[in-house]
Design a protein around this ligand. Structure first.
Ligand SMILES: C[S@@+](CC[C@H](N)C(=O)[O-])C[C@H]1O[C@@H](n2cnc3c(N)ncnc32)[C@H](O)[C@@H]1O
Length: 322
């Protein structure tokens, strides 16, 4: 019988001798075999970090309504841009951190969320699902695959909401200082309670404030996360002010993690920000390939969760940007 090292070498030799396309199909085939259980239960045990994240998710599910919209906030539906088709009457907020695709299917089966709705004309219209939090897969992808080693670094999540990114940074990176700034009081309290319960206050700080008051923090952060932070929460003129302020405050070399791309976020706004001069895009082809394989449940799963994540390095922060 061959030993494990020999088997690994043979496996790698097979992968080296085929085209990228065949390699990808072959790996997907293996993944499907494993997921289907055809080869027995060969999946590795969950890590302590995954178990802890699941426990936080479960706590938050019990504290928030299914739509995870707080009574202290006002959602603004965009009037222009790619999300302008989010008709409030056919749009359902389902928090992707609290409910993954399987959990949404369960909710649909339990009729808590109906996949289709009848409008006045008796037509049946499919619902648009939107989330205001990063999913667990996105959080793991950002900190396990997309970002470099964060030892000693400061991570800032602008608009930290349920705290998904904060817990992810704590569990899946070595960042020294992880800060969430959130304007909504309900979500700030929720994050503060989770951080205390899971003993994460040694590295996580939650600040209840408008990011416009946090210039020194923005300027001292090595990584700034901007997950669709303003579009559904503030009117267009204020979004413009916020982006201009951010770009005037960020320091050179800070890494930005954005959903969607900066180009898409700024497209409908009049900010005068010249992205070509302020940021360079960081290529995510390799981490994406690895993340897809290891994080998504089936090989043909919709990977738009991961592909919507973009990384940039800040090149210049003041006048050259505009
Ligand atoms: C789409 S959620 C992002 C959630 C979180 N970062 C994540 O990835 O899971 C955006 C959050 O930003 C907050 N927000 C919007 N404008 C803000 C501002 N000016 N200062 C601080 N937080 C803000 C909103 O209240 C909302 O909870």
């Amino acid at each position: 019988m061959a030993d494990i090292e020999t088997v690994k070498r043979q496996f790698e030799a097979v992968l080296h001798n085929v085209s990228d396309d065949v390699r990808s199909q072959f790996l997907s085939w293996i993944k499907n075999k494993i997921n289907s259980g055809e080869w027995g239960d060969v999946t590795r045990e969950k890590s302590n970090e995954d178990v802890m994240l699941e426990s936080i998710q479960s706590d938050l599910r019990s504290e928030l309504p299914v739509n995870a919209v707080s009574h202290t906030e006002n959602i603004h539906f965009p009037q222009t841009g790619p999300n302008a088709d989010c008709d409030p009457s056919t749009t359902v907020h389902v928090d992707a951190f609290l409910y993954d695709e399987d959990a949404i299917d369960d909710l649909c089966e339990d009729q808590e969320v109906q996949m289709n709705c009848c409008c006045g004309s008796q037509e049946v219209q499919p619902l648009t699902f939107i989330t205001h939090s990063a999913s667990a897969a996105q959080v793991k992808y950002i900190f396990n695959y997309a970002l470099p080693d964060l030892s000693g670094k400061t991570v800032l999540d602008v608009g930290s909401r349920t705290g998904a990114v904060l817990y992810g940074a704590y569990l899946y990176s070595k960042a020294k200082h992880i800060v969430g700034v959130e304007i909504d009081s309900t979500f700030t309290s929720l994050q503060t309670a989770a951080v205390a319960k899971y003993n994460m206050a040694d590295r996580i700080q939650v600040i209840h404030d408008d990011i416009l008051n946090q210039g020194p923090l923005i300027a001292s952060s090595d990584v700034v996360i901007l997950n669709n932070v303003f579009e559904f929460f503030v009117p267009k003129d204020l979004q413009e002010k916020l982006w201009i302020y951010l770009f005037a405050t960020l320091r050179n070399n800070t890494i930005l993690v954005t959903v969607p791309s900066l180009e898409e976020s700024l497209q409908q706004l009049k900010t005068g920000i010249n992205l070509e001069q302020c940021v360079e895009s960081i290529d995510l082809t390799a981490p994406l390939q690895q993340g897809r394989l290891e994080l998504l449940d089936s090989a043909d799963a919709d990977d738009s969760d991961l592909t919507r994540i973009h990384l940039y390095r800040v090149l210049a922060s003041h006048s050259p940007c505009q």
